[in-house]
Design a protein around this ligand. Structure first.
Ligand code: ATP
Ligand code: MG
Length: 315
């Protein structure tokens, strides 16, 4: 494109009275990448996204979409950004197609181009079968699809999705993930917030973590994991003597935390200087006479990272 990152915020700050909703946040998202935007309630995610979508102005700092300033050049930004808010707007009595048609007009699409955009969007988001229904008659999942459709109607280069998976059933979530991946594969940059971290971890290329308006971490999950105190979690199930197995593990490894539920044991170990080979641990455990039914090492999930990085302070 024009050499700029698709989306960037620089030292972005937004105060509401004494609340520092966003407090000096800087990050970028490149084309074709999906960035998961996570943080506790009130962390400042929606405020940041609304500024990027030109619906809010920052107290200071900058937000750019495709090199255009969301502050100084909101008209240009609106042409290249699509925003899916965390709640569905008004217009309960218009039909789905009319709703999309209205926004297509607002984006300046005319004639056949507008009809094509509406048809293409209805089909892409899988709501063509309810095109004539009024929006108030839609189920939550259908409404989310329509809301995504609205964000896509003008084929923007950057998509900002505020909790798009909220309230969706498992199948609808899988479908949404597929759509988001597909949109990124088309070259769009996507910033997506969610509290459903298991949902995000499968699709995001990087994560941006904020708390109380401040950036806590940003980058690919693997990089963030590396910056943290390394730990590894071993999960095992024994046939008998779980207390003995825990004692043995504590002797053998640098165990930080143990959780036991009947025969099921989970130990979080500090990663020692020289890496622990789980295969050796299993061989030794069995050699020591423990009857092991199941044994595995669990990678840190996005949820683990979130809990480690944030302190749960609300504002
Ligand atoms: N218009 C407003 N007026 C006053 N305070 C606001 C306004 N909008 C947001 N805030 C405050 O700014 C802070 C950040 O809110 P924001 O909605 O951006 O958080 P969030 O990360 O999206 O939270 P959630 O996960 O609950 O959606 C909160 O303390 C909130 O109360
Ligand atoms: Mg929010």
């Amino acid at each position: 494109m024009n050499g700029f990152p698709a989306l960037s915020v620089e030292n972005l700050t937004r105060h509401f009275g004494s609340t520092r909703a966003v407090d000096g946040v800087t990050f970028t998202v490149e084309s074709g990448r999906i960035a998961g935007f996570i943080g506790p309630n009130g962390a400042g995610k929606t405020t940041t996204m609304r500024i990027l979508a030109t619906l809010e102005v920052p107290t200071s700092g900058e937000a750019h979409i495709c090199g255009f300033s969301a502050v100084d050049d909101p008209e240009r930004v609106r042409q290249v950004v699509g925003f899916m808010p965390d709640h569905f707007g008004v217009y309960p009595y218009v039909a789905c197609w009319e709703y999309l048609d209205f926004f297509a007009r607002a984006y300046g699409l005319r004639g056949a181009e507008r009809r094509d955009a509406v048809e293409r969007t209805l089909a892409y988001t899988g709501i063509d079968s309810v095109a004539d229904k009024p929006t108030r008659a839609l189920s939550k999942g259908m409404r989310q699809r329509l809301s995504l459709g609205r964000a896509l109607i003008h084929d923007p280069s950057v998509l900002i999705l505020d909790e798009p998976a909220a309230g969706l059933d498992p199948r609808a979530r899988i479908e949404l993930r597929r759509l988001i991946r597909d949109l990124a594969d088309q070259g769009k940059a996507i910033l997506v917030s969610s509290h459903i971290l298991t949902e995000l971890s499968d699709i995001v290329d990087e994560v941006i973590v904020i708390e109380q308006g401040r950036l806590v971490a940003a980058g690919p999950m693997a990089d963030i994991r590396q910056q943290l105190d390394r730990s590894c979690t071993i999960e095992l199930v024994v046939a008998e003597n779980p207390e003995g197995a825990v004692a043995w593990l504590q002797e053998r490894l640098e165990v930080r935390h143990v959780e036991r539920n009947g025969m099921k044991i989970q130990v979080v170990c500090a990663e020692a200087e020289e890496e622990v080979d789980e295969a050796d641990v299993l061989v030794e455990l069995v050699g020591a006479g423990f009857r092991v039914r199941r044994f595995g090492v669990r990678q840190e999930t996005l949820e683990d990272l979130f809990l480690e990085l944030t302190e749960g302070k609300l504002q």
